[in-house]
Design a binder for this molecule. Structure first.
Ligand code: NAG
Ligand code: NAG
Ligand code: NAG
Ligand code: NAG
Ligand code: NAG
Ligand code: NAG
Ligand code: NAG
Length: 453
């Protein structure tokens, strides 16, 4: 797992593993166990959390430690403050290509939402918090986990050539009336699902909603709308030996790149399917790819470069969609790569430790670091282009690339426990720059999704 790949991208991950695996440990555990434990945390944080994170009323009553910073009410004022804090232009600094009044209404076929900028707006507030929404995992509940800064929750994405509609919870639920919406994929997709549930749940009375968390399928029900918002766990989309019983050591993972039915049979009769898969492919190792069944033994695998294995797996997915989905009944969407921020040199922070301590986005136009593999984007584009069922992209990659400040960093959990102060003081080992705080960046992903609904 320490093999440094010659390609620049995976080496970032290899380095991350290196840091994590080579940290001298206090115990006498065999290295393999330490590595497994660290990889579980470090790589994906995919541990199943069966508890729904429900809040006691006592914890609801506690005030957010960040609220004092939210008092600034004039966005121009705060823009000045921001500007002083970093050399980053904020609200109204740069003239828009068009005035807002001239910007046309949102038309997903015409507007390239990936072209735009993040604008700080202190009066823009998230629709929920990790204290008000009872469905968030500890992993992403940054405020509850002690994150002291709050600016990261007040940035809005503004496309250059159109106005992105604000998320409207009631309108979103109306669009889902009588429907099943299912998010399918990895832990980033689970965040998008939790964000979506939290964005809508507050307008539903307590006796009209329910949540059931399962190992592979979790279901939020909005009863008066006869709608469900579901999440299905399939980190590679295709079948692997590491789906439910996660192999923490990426070397042990074997993928059945031509086999998807075991998962896909759970996606039938869904009205809106939203897929993703990316970060699990990026261990920096070759992907052990097996054709045929595990019953024939696990030894017949072939080792393929990640983009090649990814393309084959995505074709398997595309074939299933094309042969099974009736586009008149079911809509299919695909969330593109969620960028990771493992290399602070990408944004010229020489002293940085991955995304640790970052509190401002990178506002450079078109910024793109080493955490999003263009070969994977090409594979996605190439495969989807040839499909007969139309697939809409929720293209989050460029947008999220800027948001080095949005990750959970040390305000997360390891093995079900919030990091201790000691662990928080050791970002080299513990900062998670893959996952995102909620509320946070995935809410904007859902703002895009909402615009397409
Ligand atoms: C800032 O957010 C508020 C509240 O959502 C909104 O009314 C206002 O238009 C936003 N300002 C800008 C400059 O986008
Ligand atoms: C949200 O949508 C509902 C239902 O479509 C509508 O009545 C309401 O005015 C909308 N709210 C805002 C703030 O646009
Ligand atoms: C509820 O939605 C399901 C599809 O998700 C549909 O089959 C059923 O008829 C709906 N029930 C009512 C009462 O609308
Ligand atoms: C979808 O609907 C259109 C128009 O109603 C029809 O021509 C087409 O055959 C339908 N497609 C399928 C796959 O049922
Ligand atoms: C992180 O930020 C805190 C608070 O601003 C500061 O005390 C600390 O020195 C910073 N740590 C690093 C490694 O930059
Ligand atoms: C997503 O947006 C990026 C940046 O604008 C672009 O390079 C990429 O091709 C888009 N991906 C897809 C699948 O449309
Ligand atoms: C906190 C901070 O960076 N303040 C700076 C704001 O800008 C003035 C003038 O440019 C500086 O003197 C302050 O140090």
């Amino acid at each position: 797992m320490l093999a440094l790949s010659s390609t620049p991208f995976p080496s970032v991950y290899a380095n991350f593993f290196y840091i994590h695996a080579m940290k001298p440990s206090q115990g006498k555990l065999p290295l393999s166990i330490i590595a497994i434990v660290l990889c579980i945390f470090a790589f994906i944080g995919v541990l199943y959390n069966e508890d729904t994170g429900s809040l006691s009323s006592a914890s609801l009553a506690k005030l957010s430690p960040c609220s004092k910073q939210e008092a600034v009410d004039n966005s121009r004022e705060s823009a000045k403050v921001d500007k002083n804090r970093s050399k980053i232009p904020a609200v109204d600094e740069e003239l828009d290509d068009m005035d807002d009044d001239e910007k046309p209404e949102f038309d997903p076929t015409k507007c390239d939402v990936a072209k735009g900028k993040w604008v700080f707006n202190s009066s823009a507030k998230p629709l929920y918090s990790d204290r008000t929404c009872p469905y968030l995992d500890k992993q992403v509940s940054c405020v509850k986990n002690g994150r002291p800064d709050s600016d990261y929750r007040h940035w809005e994405w503004q496309p250059d050539n159109c106005i992105l509609p604000r998320f409207n919870s009631t309108a979103a639920l109306e669009k889902l009336r009588g429907k099943r919406l299912m998010f399918v994929g990895d832990s980033l997709q689970r965040s998008q699902w939790q964000s979506f549930v939290c964005l809508v749940e507050s307008v539903i009375p307590a006796d009209q909603k329910s949540m059931r968390r399962g190992r592979s399928l979790s279901i939020f029900k909005a009863k008066e709308y006869n709608a469900t918002i579901e999440f299905y766990w399939a980190p590679f989309l295709v079948e692997s030996n590491s789906d439910l019983h996660i192999k923490a050591d990426p070397k042990e993972r074997i993928l059945r790149v031509d086999s998807i039915y075991k998962h896909a049979k759970n996606w039938l009769d869904v009205d809106i399917l939203v897929f993703n898969t990316y970060v699990w492919w990026m261990s920096g190792l070759k992907i052990k790819s097996l054709w045929g069944s595990f019953a024939n033994g696990e030894d017949g695998y072939e080792e393929l470069d990640a983009p090649i294995a990814y393309r084959i797996a995505l074709k398997t997915w595309a074939n299933w969609v094309d042969s099974t989905i009736d586009p008149n009944k079911t809509r299919v969407l695909f969330t593109t790569m969620s960028p990771t921020h493992m290399r602070s040199l990408d944004w010229h922070n020489k002293k940085g430790i991955r995304c640790y301590n970052e509190t401002r986005p990178v506002l450079e136009r078109g910024y793109w670091g080493t955490g999003s593999d263009k070969r994977i984007m090409d594979a996605v584009n190439g495969v989807v282009e040839r499909m007969t069922v139309p697939v809409s992209f929720i293209n989050i990659t460029q947008i999220s690339e800027h948001r080095i400040d949005g990750h959970t960093s040390v305000y997360t959990e390891v093995q079900g426990k919030i990091l201790t102060d000691e662990q928080k003081a050791d970002p080299q080992r513990y900062a998670d720059c893959i996952h995102w705080c909620l509320p946070g960046v995935p809410d904007t992903w859902n703002q895009l999704f909402y615009a397409y609904l």
